[in-house]
Design a protein around this ligand. Structure first.
Ligand code: ADP
Ligand code: ADP
Length: 227
């Protein structure tokens, strides 16, 4: 099975109102294990909507969502939440780290929620921080770190529970170009090393070109970038 399969996904907002908008109109996307797909589209095209549906944070109006071969579009809320917590990691444009906790604690907390013992969770956090060259920042709070460092901690948190699938929505969109490059390299390093599958939405064509495959959203459908 592929890691992610989206089939004929349709999604509208404000159905039946004058403001009705069809964002996804039969979108199909398959992501193989270990594959990194760039999702390129202008703002408003529906990237966030697609990622939220793929990550089980939102439901489509119709179509099928499969993660690791499991059909989830019509699964119970409890089952979707369990699958999301176990198998999906999210990264956003803004880090969303908890300000009152240290970098290590921000990576430990999602593991505790999944029943991982504290000592093991802390060891994993430190190991992840080391991979993004932040071992020395483990005890620092977000406000004591630069934007690029905060975002690298957010990547570690997304990988805390060893998900099979990473979904990233403009993960370096908030950073200046120089920092964006370093931080993106850190993300790609983490993803490649852990053999994760990933869908990474970006406006940055240079970053997109470094992924395995590029797709874009066009009139609610996924098309290969060169089509
Ligand atoms: P992108 O991530 O590509 O910028 P989004 O998926 O956020 O696109 O949004 C796609 C379109 O759907 C936009 O026109 C946006 O205004 C609209 N939209 C997104 N979420 C909602 C919502 N909850 N209610 C109504 N319209 C929405
Ligand atoms: P929770 O325990 O709040 O359900 P999870 O740890 O299961 O959160 O969520 C996984 C990731 O998805 C986290 O990074 C969280 O910030 C994000 N997330 C959870 N719910 C939403 C939502 N409704 N919209 C956007 N992101 C969300």
């Amino acid at each position: 099975d592929p890691m992610l399969r989206l089939s004929d996904i349709k999604k509208s907002y404000n159905a039946g109102q004058a403001t009705e908008i069809t964002v996804l109109d039969g979108a199909n996307l398959t992501v193989d294990r270990g594959e990194i797909v760039a999702l390129v589209a202008p703002s408003g095209a529906g990237k966030s909507t697609l990622l939220h549906i793929a990550g089980l944070l939102d439901t489509a109006d119709s179509g099928a969502v499969e993660i690791a071969g499991q059909p989830l579009q019509r699964a119970s809320d409890a089952e979707r939440t369990r699958m999301r917590r176990r198998s999906v990691g999210f990264v956003y444009q803004f880090h969303h780290l908890l300000p009152e906790f240290t970098a290590r604690e921000n990576i430990v907390l999602p593991q505790l929620a999944n029943g991982v013992p504290n000592v093991q969770a802390a060891a994993r956090a430190d190991n992840l921080l080391d991979k993004v060259a932040l071992a020395k920042r483990a005890g620092h709070r977000p406000a004591e770190m630069s934007g690029g460092e905060q975002q690298r901690v957010a990547f570690c948190r997304a990988l805390a529970n060893n998900p099979g699938l990473l979904l990233a929505d403009e993960p370096t969109g908030n950073l200046d170009p120089g920092t964006s490059d370093t931080v993106f390299a850190a993300l790609m390093g983490l993803v490649r090393e852990t053999g994760l599958s990933a869908v990474i939405a970006t406006h940055n064509l240079e970053l997109a070109a470094r992924m395995d495959r590029q797709v874009r959203l066009d009139a609610g459908k996924i098309v290969a970038l060169d089509e």
